[in-house]
Design a protein around this ligand. Structure first.
Ligand code: AMP
Length: 196
Protein backbone atom coordinates (compact mmCIF):
# COMPACT_ATOMS: atom_id res chain seq x y z
CA UNK A 1 0.00 0.00 0.00
CA UNK A 2 1.38 3.42 -0.86
CA UNK A 3 1.71 5.82 2.00
CA UNK A 4 -0.58 8.37 0.32
CA UNK A 5 -3.30 5.71 0.14
CA UNK A 6 -2.65 4.79 3.77
CA UNK A 7 -3.36 8.37 4.74
CA UNK A 8 -6.52 8.52 2.64
CA UNK A 9 -4.93 10.58 -0.16
CA UNK A 10 -4.20 13.47 2.10
CA UNK A 11 -1.49 15.54 0.45
CA UNK A 12 -2.16 19.22 1.24
CA UNK A 13 -1.47 19.87 4.89
CA UNK A 14 -0.05 22.62 7.04
CA UNK A 15 1.47 22.61 10.48
CA UNK A 16 0.69 25.40 12.92
CA UNK A 17 2.49 25.83 16.20
CA UNK A 18 4.77 28.11 18.19
CA UNK A 19 8.54 28.24 17.70
CA UNK A 20 10.03 25.07 19.17
CA UNK A 21 6.84 22.98 18.86
CA UNK A 22 8.55 20.52 16.51
CA UNK A 23 6.93 21.67 13.26
CA UNK A 24 10.12 21.23 11.25
CA UNK A 25 10.77 17.71 12.51
CA UNK A 26 7.18 16.59 11.97
CA UNK A 27 6.84 18.34 8.60
CA UNK A 28 9.94 16.53 7.30
CA UNK A 29 8.68 13.15 8.50
CA UNK A 30 5.22 13.67 7.10
CA UNK A 31 6.49 14.97 3.77
CA UNK A 32 8.59 11.85 3.36
CA UNK A 33 5.71 9.61 4.30
CA UNK A 34 3.27 11.27 1.90
CA UNK A 35 5.91 11.76 -0.84
CA UNK A 36 5.27 15.50 -1.16
CA UNK A 37 7.68 18.39 -0.49
CA UNK A 38 8.03 20.07 2.88
CA UNK A 39 7.77 23.81 2.29
CA UNK A 40 9.24 25.88 5.10
CA UNK A 41 9.25 29.62 4.54
CA UNK A 42 11.71 29.98 7.44
CA UNK A 43 14.20 27.63 5.74
CA UNK A 44 13.69 29.34 2.38
CA UNK A 45 14.28 32.74 3.93
CA UNK A 46 17.38 31.56 5.83
CA UNK A 47 18.78 30.17 2.55
CA UNK A 48 18.07 33.51 0.84
CA UNK A 49 19.89 35.38 3.64
CA UNK A 50 22.87 33.00 3.41
CA UNK A 51 23.02 33.52 -0.38
CA UNK A 52 22.79 37.27 0.03
CA UNK A 53 19.97 37.42 -2.55
CA UNK A 54 17.55 40.34 -2.91
CA UNK A 55 14.90 38.39 -0.97
CA UNK A 56 17.46 37.67 1.77
CA UNK A 57 18.36 41.34 2.03
CA UNK A 58 14.71 42.28 2.44
CA UNK A 59 14.14 39.62 5.13
CA UNK A 60 17.26 39.68 7.27
CA UNK A 61 16.60 42.53 9.71
CA UNK A 62 13.11 41.29 10.63
CA UNK A 63 14.34 37.72 11.03
CA UNK A 64 17.24 38.70 13.28
CA UNK A 65 14.87 40.67 15.46
CA UNK A 66 12.31 37.84 15.64
CA UNK A 67 9.43 39.69 13.98
CA UNK A 68 7.59 38.41 10.93
CA UNK A 69 8.76 39.48 7.48
CA UNK A 70 6.14 41.17 5.28
CA UNK A 71 3.22 39.20 3.88
CA UNK A 72 4.15 40.57 0.47
CA UNK A 73 7.62 39.02 0.55
CA UNK A 74 6.41 35.68 1.90
CA UNK A 75 3.64 35.46 -0.68
CA UNK A 76 6.14 36.22 -3.42
CA UNK A 77 8.33 33.25 -2.49
CA UNK A 78 5.36 30.94 -1.87
CA UNK A 79 3.72 31.83 -5.19
CA UNK A 80 6.92 30.90 -6.96
CA UNK A 81 7.50 27.74 -4.92
CA UNK A 82 4.01 26.41 -5.60
CA UNK A 83 4.66 26.56 -9.32
CA UNK A 84 7.50 24.04 -9.10
CA UNK A 85 6.86 20.60 -10.50
CA UNK A 86 7.24 18.78 -7.16
CA UNK A 87 4.54 20.91 -5.51
CA UNK A 88 1.86 19.80 -7.97
CA UNK A 89 1.23 16.57 -6.03
CA UNK A 90 0.80 18.36 -2.71
CA UNK A 91 2.87 19.86 0.10
CA UNK A 92 3.40 20.07 3.82
CA UNK A 93 3.65 23.72 4.86
CA UNK A 94 5.77 24.41 7.88
CA UNK A 95 5.72 27.95 9.25
CA UNK A 96 3.36 29.23 6.56
CA UNK A 97 0.82 30.80 6.71
CA UNK A 98 1.53 32.91 9.77
CA UNK A 99 -0.99 35.74 9.39
CA UNK A 100 -4.63 36.04 8.33
CA UNK A 101 -3.73 37.71 4.99
CA UNK A 102 -1.31 34.83 4.25
CA UNK A 103 -3.99 32.23 5.05
CA UNK A 104 -6.51 34.00 2.82
CA UNK A 105 -3.96 34.35 0.01
CA UNK A 106 -3.14 30.64 0.27
CA UNK A 107 -6.82 29.71 -0.05
CA UNK A 108 -7.05 31.93 -3.14
CA UNK A 109 -3.87 30.50 -4.70
CA UNK A 110 -5.14 26.95 -4.24
CA UNK A 111 -8.63 27.81 -5.45
CA UNK A 112 -7.10 29.11 -8.69
CA UNK A 113 -5.83 25.58 -9.26
CA UNK A 114 -9.09 23.95 -8.23
CA UNK A 115 -7.54 22.57 -5.04
CA UNK A 116 -7.89 23.25 -1.36
CA UNK A 117 -6.02 22.70 1.85
CA UNK A 118 -7.13 19.47 3.52
CA UNK A 119 -5.87 19.73 7.11
CA UNK A 120 -4.31 22.23 9.48
CA UNK A 121 -2.52 20.48 12.33
CA UNK A 122 -1.97 22.66 15.40
CA UNK A 123 0.90 21.28 17.48
CA UNK A 124 0.48 22.26 21.13
CA UNK A 125 3.35 22.40 23.64
CA UNK A 126 3.64 24.27 26.96
CA UNK A 127 5.57 27.54 26.99
CA UNK A 128 8.12 26.20 29.50
CA UNK A 129 8.92 23.21 27.28
CA UNK A 130 9.16 25.46 24.19
CA UNK A 131 11.83 27.70 25.69
CA UNK A 132 13.81 24.66 26.90
CA UNK A 133 13.68 23.08 23.44
CA UNK A 134 14.75 26.26 21.62
CA UNK A 135 17.67 26.88 23.96
CA UNK A 136 18.76 23.27 23.40
CA UNK A 137 18.48 23.73 19.61
CA UNK A 138 20.63 26.86 19.90
CA UNK A 139 23.55 24.64 21.00
CA UNK A 140 23.44 22.54 17.82
CA UNK A 141 22.10 24.85 15.07
CA UNK A 142 23.62 28.23 14.40
CA UNK A 143 20.37 30.19 14.06
CA UNK A 144 20.76 33.90 14.75
CA UNK A 145 17.25 34.10 16.20
CA UNK A 146 17.58 31.37 18.85
CA UNK A 147 18.60 33.81 21.58
CA UNK A 148 16.46 34.85 24.53
CA UNK A 149 15.45 38.30 23.25
CA UNK A 150 14.45 37.11 19.76
CA UNK A 151 12.69 34.04 21.19
CA UNK A 152 10.48 36.25 23.35
CA UNK A 153 9.58 38.40 20.34
CA UNK A 154 8.90 35.32 18.16
CA UNK A 155 6.53 33.94 20.83
CA UNK A 156 4.72 37.28 20.99
CA UNK A 157 4.42 37.40 17.20
CA UNK A 158 3.06 33.85 17.25
CA UNK A 159 0.45 34.55 19.93
CA UNK A 160 -0.79 37.75 18.34
CA UNK A 161 -0.64 36.96 14.60
CA UNK A 162 -0.45 33.20 14.02
CA UNK A 163 -2.39 31.56 16.84
CA UNK A 164 -5.66 33.17 15.64
CA UNK A 165 -5.32 31.10 12.45
CA UNK A 166 -6.43 28.05 14.46
CA UNK A 167 -9.90 29.60 14.64
CA UNK A 168 -9.80 30.34 10.91
CA UNK A 169 -9.15 26.68 10.09
CA UNK A 170 -11.57 25.45 12.77
CA UNK A 171 -14.33 27.40 11.02
CA UNK A 172 -13.36 25.63 7.80
CA UNK A 173 -13.56 22.26 9.58
CA UNK A 174 -9.88 21.56 8.84
CA UNK A 175 -8.25 21.97 12.24
CA UNK A 176 -6.84 19.08 14.25
CA UNK A 177 -5.08 19.79 17.57
CA UNK A 178 -2.05 17.60 18.22
CA UNK A 179 -0.50 17.19 21.68
CA UNK A 180 3.15 17.87 20.87
CA UNK A 181 4.50 17.25 24.35
CA UNK A 182 6.02 13.83 23.66
CA UNK A 183 8.97 12.29 21.80
CA UNK A 184 8.93 12.92 18.01
CA UNK A 185 7.86 9.38 17.09
CA UNK A 186 4.87 9.58 19.46
CA UNK A 187 3.82 12.95 18.02
CA UNK A 188 4.20 11.49 14.49
CA UNK A 189 1.80 8.70 15.50
CA UNK A 190 -0.74 11.26 16.73
CA UNK A 191 -0.43 13.12 13.43
CA UNK A 192 -0.98 9.93 11.45
CA UNK A 193 -4.16 9.29 13.47
CA UNK A 194 -5.41 12.82 12.87
CA UNK A 195 -4.98 12.32 9.12
CA UNK A 196 -7.03 9.10 9.02
P1 AMP B 1 10.90 29.77 11.30
O1 AMP B 1 12.10 29.02 10.85
O2 AMP B 1 9.63 29.25 10.69
O3 AMP B 1 10.81 29.90 12.79
O4 AMP B 1 11.05 31.26 10.72
C1 AMP B 1 12.14 32.08 11.08
C2 AMP B 1 11.81 33.55 10.80
O5 AMP B 1 11.53 33.71 9.39
C3 AMP B 1 10.58 34.08 11.50
O6 AMP B 1 10.85 34.53 12.81
C4 AMP B 1 10.17 35.22 10.57
O7 AMP B 1 11.00 36.36 10.73
C5 AMP B 1 10.47 34.64 9.20
N1 AMP B 1 9.32 33.90 8.64
C6 AMP B 1 9.27 32.57 8.32
N2 AMP B 1 8.08 32.24 7.79
C7 AMP B 1 7.35 33.38 7.78
C8 AMP B 1 6.01 33.69 7.38
N3 AMP B 1 5.19 32.75 6.87
N4 AMP B 1 5.59 34.98 7.51
C9 AMP B 1 6.40 35.94 8.01
N5 AMP B 1 7.66 35.71 8.44
C10 AMP B 1 8.14 34.44 8.31
Amino acid sequence: MTTAAAAGNISRVLLLGPPGAGKGTQAKRLAKKLAVPQISTGEMLRAAVAEGSAVGKRAQAAMDEGVLVSDELVLEIIGERLQAEDAQRGFIFDGFPRTAPQAEALDALLAERGAELQRALAIEVSEQELVARILKRAQTEARGDDNEGAIRIRMREYRSKTEPLAAYYRRQGKLAAIDGQAPPEVVAGRIAEALQ
